[in-house]
Design a protein around this ligand. Structure first.
Ligand SMILES: Cc1cc2nc3c(=O)[nH]c(=O)nc-3n(C[C@H](O)[C@H](O)[C@H](O)COP(=O)(O)OP(=O)(O)OC[C@H]3O[C@@H](n4cnc5c(N)ncnc54)[C@H](O)[C@@H]3O)c2cc1C
Ligand SMILES: *[C@@H]1O[C@H](CO)[C@@H](O)[C@H](O)[C@H]1NC(C)=O
Ligand SMILES: *[C@@H]1O[C@H](CO)[C@@H](O)[C@H](O)[C@H]1NC(C)=O
Ligand SMILES: *[C@@H]1O[C@H](CO)[C@@H](O)[C@H](O)[C@H]1NC(C)=O
Ligand SMILES: *[C@@H]1O[C@H](CO)[C@@H](O)[C@H](O)[C@H]1NC(C)=O
Ligand SMILES: *[C@@H]1O[C@H](CO)[C@@H](O)[C@H](O)[C@H]1NC(C)=O
Ligand SMILES: *[C@@H]1O[C@H](CO)[C@@H](O)[C@H](O)[C@H]1NC(C)=O
Ligand SMILES: *[C@@H]1O[C@H](CO)[C@@H](O)[C@H](O)[C@H]1NC(C)=O
Ligand SMILES: *[C@@H]1O[C@H](CO)[C@@H](O)[C@H](O)[C@H]1NC(C)=O
Length: 617
């Protein structure tokens, strides 16, 4: 049985039993239980679960001494743990969630985890200019909480960003380590490309642990989408190849039908190594710092406090929301923010500042003249076992396209389009996003078996947000203020991109597809449909964060505006490195798993070079 059903789920999770994934009956039952759970569970609101029966008078128990302690067995943490235990380092990997359940293998189920204890349950703070269609002006902000972290719940899109992103990154931080030339070998090292169609082979890897594949075409849809873009002058290509400027079938993290997140590719294969200890269901509350040296961490597991010592380094890989929270709880962060919560300042650094994310909007819908995948769950799962859609990819993703509105093809693209097939365009979106009654009603017209959608993503917003503390108590969630659309230019670029995309209805390819107009309460009454003002209003209501947060422990040289140096060491503190999306200093023109895995693999090489005297690449 899927254990998070029981009332005391923390205990149940740690005794998770794994179905035999080759057994259809078992996997099907687990999926049903997962879906059933989302009907009744509405997301965590704090970290209290770890503190049941916690006795603050008891002294923390000694968990031992390790060369390295890695906090977070997520996307980055999984890679670092694997790479460091390839040598004889002794590593402790501490993860707040449990082992990833078997259902994680089925990529299309990713969105179900948002409403389970396998997600942190975060929401943004109240946004005055954004998330206006939700019941309380707060967008959900999913983060995976299990082995593999968020890579266990994503839609599986494999997209690295453009070469110019990395060259800009290298220039910004003044280190050639991050140039495209230097990061490309790491992208290849991680990848095992299974597909041949349209593959720009010299840019791909074929021996790595993370499978990447294309899905079979959805008949009457994938090719139509590609043709429509080509009619608009956008060539078909491999967007992870030489240039992203074009349109391509979505590349997905898959080994045959199985999700290849970092739990599958890095953690599970290393989990039996004798020099790796994994403590899961364990919440790290603090890094212990003595005379500006990180000496270990404190964590809580099932109501008991522990401490563990690191003889070489503590590595924070808790992600862009939790890493800055842990840093601040440990005395590293903006002095003012720390003092406000009564935390002793060990190092004044701009932790939590510079929070950036992509902004996406799924507001363009078409009704096709086909019926796709009108299947029961059982039928869909049967197809999954035959290595077929629709359960192999999240959101029915069909194609990705990158454009630059100024047509400057030697700079990072400014917009990404995702063509989303049926099963992605559905009224479930309203529920998932917590839309208010009016917007929930508007989405009811969608038919998930016939309709397609486009998501438009602003890749380089100028608006920046911040991550701050609610209190000095690790039980409380941090505050995620994205501040989206604070800069009006961001709305304008999205509007221009939407105008560009809407023209697709005039292509021959889209002849038999009819644009769907969903009611947009609050906008329709005030503005003419499709006018600039109407679109600004629509974007403020239904645009959403893309869940790609970065820069909350930003890399750089100057401690007045950065948190780590280009080798990911926290300024002014010895033995403390940050290895996850929080160090990424600029918005990437793509999705984030691949860049984060690259950062983690590179970090492992920095570390090996430093402690083993090995040459770094
Ligand atoms: C819904 C969604 C869809 C996405 N889709 C895609 C996609 O299709 N393609 C793509 O490339 N990217 C996608 N992304 C983005 C991508 O998944 C993330 O940017 C990336 O995985 C972040 O990696 P990370 O290592 O920084 O953090 P995470 O993978 O989140 O890892 C952090 C880990 O640390 C653990 N942790 C946190 N705090 C503590 C603590 N105090 N103690 C112990 N452990 C702790 C967490 O439980 C987690 O396991 C998506 C993101 C979301 C949310
Ligand atoms: C958690 O702690 C309780 C006592 O507080 C104990 O009864 C239980 O067995 C523990 N669970 C696990 C999984 O260790
Ligand atoms: C898993 O199930 C398959 C088919 O049901 C069976 O052939 C296989 O032996 C099982 N494996 C284990 C480890 O139980
Ligand atoms: C699959 O699992 C079910 C339930 O655990 C079991 O009854 C059945 O025999 C298994 N099927 C096979 C083919 O192993
Ligand atoms: C899920 O819920 C449905 C409807 O209530 C029920 O019929 C089914 O048995 C449940 N499945 C599991 C595995 O609990
Ligand atoms: C790890 O060891 C367990 C128990 O011996 C075994 O069942 C499992 O298959 C091993 N896992 C790997 C990845 O080797
Ligand atoms: C949909 O339109 C296309 C393009 O004209 C046509 O080839 C196809 O037969 C139509 N499909 C259906 C189910 O009507
Ligand atoms: C999907 O199938 C169901 C049951 O067969 C049917 O009632 C429904 O009309 C179908 N939907 C579409 C869009 O064809
Ligand atoms: C929904 O629409 C009605 C009628 O336009 C309006 O009075 C009401 O305030 C709206 N509710 C919300 C939550 O926006």
């Amino acid at each position: 049985m899927f254990p998070i059903f029981t009332i005391c789920f923390l205990i149940a999770i740690s005794s998770i039993s794994f179905a035999n994934i080759s057994n259809f009956t078992e996997l099907y039952k687990d999926i049903e239980e997962l879906i059933n759970l989302t009907e009744t569970f509405h997301g965590l609101e704090n970290n209290n679960e770890y503190f049941v029966n916690f006795d603050s008078a008891k002294k923390p128990i000694d968990y031992g001494t390790f060369d390295f302690i890695i906090v977070g067995a997520g996307t980055a943490g999984g890679v670092v743990a694997n790479r460091l235990t390839e040598t004889n380092f002794k590593v402790l990997l501490i993860e707040a969630g449990p082992r990833d359940p078997d259902t994680v293998s089925v990529t299309a189920l990713g969105a179900y985890y948002y409403n389970t204890p396998l997600d942190w349950g975060y929401k943004t703070t109240v946004q005055d200019n954004f998330c206006l269609a939700t019941i309380d002006k707060r967008c959900i902000y999913p983060r995976g909480k299990m082995w593999g972290g968020t890579s266990s719940t994503t839609g599986g899109v494999y997209s690295r960003g453009s070469r110019w992103d990395y060259d800009d990154w290298a220039n910004l931080v003044g280190s050639n380590d991050w140039s495209y030339e230097k990061v490309l070998p790491y992208f290849k090292k991680a990848e095992k490309a299974f597909f041949k169609t349209g593959l720009d082979a010299s840019y791909h890897g074929f021996e790595g642990p993370q499978g990447v594949d294309l899905l079979e075409d959805t008949p009457g849809l994938t090719k139509t989408l590609l043709k429509a873009f080509e009619e608009k002058g956008v060539p078909e290509l491999d967007y992870n190849g030489k240039s992203p400027y074009g349109v391509g079938r979505t590349q997905i993290y898959l080994n045959r039908n199985i999700r290849t997140g970092t739990a599958y590719a890095y953690i599970t294969p290393a989990s039996n190594r004798t020099n790796l200890v994994i403590s899961d269901n364990s919440l790290v509350t603090k890094v212990n710092i003595v005379e500006n040296i990180a000496v270990g961490v404190e964590f809580i597991k099932n109501g008991t406090a522990y401490f563990a010592r690191a003889s070489k380094e503590v590595i924070l890989s808790a992600g862009s929301i939790n890493t800055p929270q842990i840093l601040m709880l440990s005395g590293i962060g903006p002095s003012q923010e720390l003092k406000k919560h009564g935390i002793e300042v060990i190092k004044n650094l701009p932790v939590g500042q510079n929070l950036q994310d992509h902004v996406g909007c799924t507001a363009i819908y078409f009704r096709t003249n086909h019926t796709y995948y009108n299947l029961t769950l059982k039928q869909a799962l049967e197809l999954w076992y035959e290595n077929k859609r629709p359960l192999k990819a999240g959101w029915g993703s069909q194609i990705l396209s990158f454009i630059n509105l100024k047509n400057d093809k030697f700079k990072p693209p400014d917009v990404e389009f995702i063509g989303i097939g049926p099963n992605g365009a559905s009224s479930e979106i309203a529920k998932l996003n917590r839309y208010n009654q009016n917007y929930t009603a508007a989405y009811k017209i969608l038919n998930q078996y016939t309709d397609l959608a486009f998501t438009v993503i602003l890749l380089h917003p100028e608006s920046k947000g911040e991550l701050t503390l609610q209190s000095n108590d690790p039980r409380d969630f941090p505050l995620i203020n994205l501040n989206v659309f604070a800069v009006e230019k961001d709305l304008e670029i999205l509007y221009q991109s939407i105008k560009w995309l809407l023209d697709i209805q005039n292509t021959n390819a889209f002849n038999h597809f009819e644009r769907l107009h969903l009611l947009m309460p609050g906008c329709d009454e005030n503005f003419k449909t499709d006018s600039r003002e109407w679109w600004y209003c629509v974007l403020r209501h239904i645009a959403s964060p893309d869940y790609h947060p970065i820069s909350t422990a930003i890399m750089g040289r100057d401690p007045s505006n950065s948190v780590t140096d280009p080798e990911l060491k926290v300024h002014g503190i010895r033995g403390l490195r940050i290895v996850d999306a929080s160090v990424v200093p600029i918005t990437i023109s793509g999705h984030l798993v691949a860049p984060v895995v690259m950062v983690a693999d590179k970090a492992a090489d920095f570390i090996k070079a430093e402690y083993n005297g090995l040459q770094k690449n």
